[in-house]
Ligand binder design. Structure first.
Ligand SMILES: Cc1cc2nc3c(=O)[nH]c(=O)nc-3n(C[C@H](O)[C@H](O)[C@H](O)COP(=O)(O)OP(=O)(O)OC[C@H]3O[C@@H](n4cnc5c(N)ncnc54)[C@H](O)[C@@H]3O)c2cc1C
Length: 358
C-alpha cells in the first residue's frame, strides 16, 4: 500500500480519468475499497489493538470506519521514516521557507486577503486583494478548492459543481493550547487518550454531527523533544479533540468554553492530576475559528474527507478545472491533508508547470 499509495501515486497528477482507470486493477488487488478499520481487524482481534492501529485516518480528517485502507500507509510511513518535529515548532518551518523564498527573490505579502479574481475568457489575468491588484500569469492557490470555486468563480464546470454537491467533508477540530507552571516529565511528545466507545463516538462526530460528553484527545507535548518550547520550569501543550464540523449547528462561543472545561477535566482524571491549578496561559480554537481565520468551508480541520471516492481523480484536481492558468496545492487537492500530502501536491504542481511552460 505504501509503494502504490505513496511512492507511486502521491507525486503524480490525477486530472485525467485514464490515469485513474489504469489504477483500478491495482486498487482492487490491494482491496482499497475496504476501510482502515476493516483491514486492521482482519489482522488483529483485540479491541484495543484494533483501535490503536486504526486511528491514523483521524490525523488527515477521516473516519477509520470508512476511510480507504490505502491510508494505512501512514503506519508504514511513520515506521520507515520516523515521526519528525521541527525544532522551535511549525513557525520555524515557516520562517525557513520565508528565508528560502526571499533568497530566490520571491515577494511575500502578509495580512493580505484575496478578494476577487479577474478573468479574461477562461484565464486569470489578475487578482484583487484588500491591498490592491496584482497581475497574474499563473495562479497557484492553497486555499480550500471548495472555497475558491464557490467564492471566486461564477460559472463552474459541471464536474466542479458535482464535486461541491456530493463531497463529504472532514470533521472539525477543537484545539486547546495551554502552558503550565509545572513540568510534566512523564508525558510523552504524543499521547492519545481514547474515549470508552470508539465506533459510537466516531459515528456521533461524522454521521450524526453531534457533540457528546465523551471525547477522545490527542495530547501534544513538544517540550518532550524540544525544551525551547516553554520557559524554564514550565511546559507547553495542545490538546486536539475531533468534533463535528459547522454542518452541525452549535454555538461555538459557548461550546468552546464547555469543551475547554471538559478537556481539562478529562486530562486531570487521567494523566495530569489537578491540571487547572498549574495552567498559566490558555486559548483555544473551534471550527468557527477555522472558518473565520482560515476560510475553511464548514470549519473543517482537513478539507474534504479522505474517502476512496474522494481520492486521486475523484478529488479536486491539482490542475484548475475550466480555468487555464490555475493550480491547486494543499489539503483539498490530490493527494490530501497533512504536511507530507501537502508537500507532495507541490511536487505535482512542479511537474505540471514544467511540462506546461518550459
Ligand atoms: C491542530 C492541527 C494539528 C496538525 N498536526 C499535523 C501534524 O502533526 N503533521 C502533519 O503532517 N499535519 C498536521 N496537521 C495538518 C496540516 O496542518 C494541514 O493538512 C496543512 O496545514 C494544510 O495545508 P494547506 O496549505 O492546504 O492549508 P492551510 O495550512 O490551512 O493554509 C491555507 C492558508 O490560506 C489562507 N487563506 C484562505 N483564504 C484566503 C484568502 N481569501 N486570502 C488570503 N489567504 C487565504 C488561510 O488563512 C491559510 O493560512 C494538523 C492540522 C491541525 C489543524
Amino acid at each position: 500500500m505504501f509503494k502504490v499509495g505513496f511512492s507511486q501515486l502521491a507525486h503524480r497528477p490525477f486530472h485525467s480519468f485514464f490515469e485513474m482507470f489504469k489504477l483500478i486493477p491495482t486498487m482492487i488487488k490491494l482491496k482499497s475499497y475496504r476501510s482502515v478499520f476493516s483491514l486492521v481487524s482482519s489482522h488483529m482481534e483485540h479491541d484495543k489493538l484494533r483501535q490503536a492501529f486504526s486511528i491514523q485516518p483521524l490525523l488527515v480528517g477521516g473516519n477509520p470506519f470508512n476511510t480507504t485502507s490505502i491510508y494505512s500507509l501512514i503506519h508504514f510511513l511513520e515506521f520507515k521514516d520516523g515521526i519528525h518535529f521541527a525544532r522551535g515548532g511549525m513557525g520555524k518551518l515557516v520562517s525557513a521557507l520565508i528565508k528560502l523564498m526571499k533568497e530566490e527573490g520571491i515577494k511575500i505579502y502578509t495580512d493580505t486577503k484575496l478578494e476577487k479574481i479577474i478573468f479574461e475568457k477562461n484565464k486569470i489575468s489578475s487578482i484583487q486583494t484588500n491591498k490592491g491588484v496584482i497581475k497574474c500569469d499563473h495562479l497557484i492557490s492553497n486555499t480550500d478548492p471548495e472555497y475558491f470555486y464557490s467564492q471566486f468563480v461564477k460559472k463552474n464546470t459541471i464536474k466542479v459543481n458535482l464535486r461541491r454537491k456530493f463531497y463529504k467533508k472532514s470533521m472539525g477540530l477543537f484545539v486547546l493550547y495551554f502552558g503550565t507552571q509545572k513540568v510534566y516529565e512523564n508525558i510523552e511528545h504524543h499521547t492519545i487518550i481514547l474515549g470508552k466507545h470508539y465506533k459510537k463516538l466516531l459515528e456521533q462526530i461524522f454521521k450524526h454531527k453531534k457533540l457528546s460528553e465523551e471525547i477522545s484527545i490527542y495530547l501534544h507535548r513538544p517540550t518532550a523533544t524540544d525544551k525551547s518550547m516553554a520557559p524554564e520550569g514550565c511546559d507547553s501543550f495542545y490538546a486536539l479533540v475531533p468534533v463535528p464540523n459547522l454542518d452541525a449547528n452549535y454555538n461555538w462561543k459557548r461550546k468552546g468554553v464547555e469543551l475547554k472545561d471538559l478537556v481539562i477535566k478529562r486530562l486531570s482524571e487521567t494523566i495530569m492530576p489537578n491540571l487547572s491549578e498549574h495552567i498559566k496561559t490558555i486559548f483555544w480554537k473551534t471550527p468557527q475559528d477555522f472558518k473565520d481565520d482560515y476560510c475553511s468551508p464548514s470549519g473543517t480541520g482537513f478539507s474534504i474527507a479522505p474517502l476512496f471516492y474522494q481520492s486521486a481523480w475523484f478529488r479536486y484536481h491539482n490542475k484548475g478545472e475550466g480555468i487555464d492558468n490555475l493550480s491547486f496545492v494543499g489539503a483539498g487537492t490530490h493527494p490530501g491533508a497533512g504536511l507530507p500530502g501537502v508537500l507532495s501536491s507541490a511536487k505535482v504542481i512542479e511537474s505540471l508547470l514544467i511540462n506546461k511552460y518550459l
